[in-house]
Each structure stands twice: as structure tokens, then as C-alpha cells.
Design a protein around this ligand. Sequence first.
Ligand SMILES: [Zn+2]
Ligand SMILES: [Zn+2]
Length: 343
Amino acid sequence: MLDTHQEREILDLYEIALLLNYERTSSEPRFRYTKLREVASHELDFQTLLINTPIWTAHKGPKDGFVFQRMEPAVIADSGSREVPDLPSNMLPQIVYPFARDITQLAPDRLETIYWQARGHDSCFKSVAILQHFFDLYTTDPFIRIRLADGKEYFSSPSTRSIIEYELLTVQRLTIAVVLPENKAYATGSADQPRFKHAVVVFESHSYNGGVQTVLDLASMQFGDTGRGPGHSGKGTLALESLDDYHNRLSSIAAGFRTTKISYHITPDPNEVNEAWMKKVAERAKERWENRDDHHWCGHCARPLANGPELKRCSACRDAYYCHREHQIKAWFSHHKRWCGKP
Ligand SMILES: [Zn+2]
Ligand SMILES: [Zn+2]
């Protein structure tokens, strides 16, 4: 029994989720090379741009509008041709747009939310498909180690996963992200989507504590800060939590919800997804996971970190790494608190 366990690879779901999300959002084709130009809300309407949709003006609830401008790709210095990833920290443009409200004053936390909220548009089926691609890269069914924020730990496997599809009835918050110059608008939660389709992956164990189910929603932040996890006061950029907690979350995102389908595998509409890009994202995450002992990443945002004296790590366990202190604090409250010092 033990021998077969040793042969099967162990994947840490929390770390894999961080890696997949970093690779997906930082290379998202629809928003690639874009910089934030303007931010609007229910209190402050768009200033420089007339959003050519009645959806924005008609929405009476909370709403966020973002305008992005596509730029020329930038290349990382001294890297040959490696392109700079799109990140919340480089989302502001170098230039100041005339007449636009000053967005340089936005706090890093707000920029992070905007980044995930815009790029999360229509991303739940994509992120589920990317996770499927990731699992398909393993020839033998690996163990999935699930470490929850409350300190619970159990093992599951990709072969016992299920994908739950929901219909959210009236998403409360409207998000519109416009990308210039093509003037494409991506809307989440508008009145013309009364039955909003959403999908998540559920992992389970029958042996742990009489049975347990954990939801992974990699695109939870398409709904804004309410999508931060785990739990209601989470600071993370994804949701990894119990099914009950997740259903509580859905109750605050939408006026109601129902489960429409439970399956093992989904196939996204090929007209809507970039299959080659999704596979690349899965491959990059696997490569980074396999190189984890040599190339570390931030425990909040999964940004790759350079080795050397500059490398910031948790002073207590020396086994968790961060790009800066704010991310260390966020990761502490959303996950590391119960895991610091544990193998
Ligand atoms: Zn970070
Ligand atoms: Zn630690």
C-alpha cells in the first residue's frame, strides 16, 4: 500500500491554483499588453468614453467600469525576447491620459481587484478547462493534497473530481471592461444575463471526517472583492473552501443560484476559447511546480521570485516566499497562518 503511494505524485492544490491563476491572467489574450486607462463606478460615471451600451446606464446596483488600452508588447531587459507578463503592479500606464480621472492614486489592493475582476470575465469555464489540461499532463493519477485555510488537510485525486455548473440568478454587481482601440466590451452580471452560467471544480474525500467536499473557483474574482477567498473575509484571489462556504459566497454574489449539471469533464465552446493558449498555461504551471525547489514564487500572487539575498521569506518557517510584505500579510490571513511551520 505504502509503495504505490510513494509512486504517485502529490500535487498541492493551493500552490497549483496560485500557479495556474498567475499563468492564466498574466497572459490572458483578451487583455494582453493592456494598461488601465479609466475606472468608473455607480458613483462616478465614465468621463472620457461613452460606453455604447444601455446595460451600464440601466444598472441600478453596484457597478464597476474599466477602460483598458492595448499597448506594444514590452520585453524583459536582458532576457532575449521574453515578454513582460501583465500584472496588477504594471497595470498603470506610463502616460497620463488627458481629461481622465487620476487613477495613479488607486491603492495596490484596488488595482489587484480590478486586474482580477476584469480578467476574470467569462473565465470560469476556461479555468476549469485549463485545470483539466493540467491533470491530463499526468499519466498516473496523482494525489491531490488539499490544505484548507482552517488547517484541515486531506487527500483526493483528479479522477474523483466533479465539475459543478451553476445558474446564478441576477448577479448583483455589474462589471464592464472595455478594451481599446478595438472597443470591445466584456460585461459580467448585466441585466441581459439573468441566468449567469458559472462552473467550479469540486474535490472530495469519503474517508476524511465522514466525507468532505472542497470547491476550487479560480475565477471567483470576476465578481469583485466578494470573490476573494477563502470565506467571507478572505484576502486571496481565488476561492478554495468547503461547499457550504462556497454556497454562502454565491448567496452574496447573486440573488439566487441553482445547480444545473454535475460532470467529470467539460468541453468549452471552441469558438470562445483559445485551446493552444490554455494548454500552454497548464504546461507552464506544471513546469514551475516541478522546479519548485529551485525557483520559488510568491505565496499570494505566484509571481516568480529571483534567488539570492533579496529573496523574502517567512521568518518563522523560512519555507514560504513573498514578493513583498503586503502579499505576505494577505497570504498569512488567507492561508499560511495555519500552515506555517508544518511540512
Ligand atoms: Zn506577490
Ligand atoms: Zn511560515
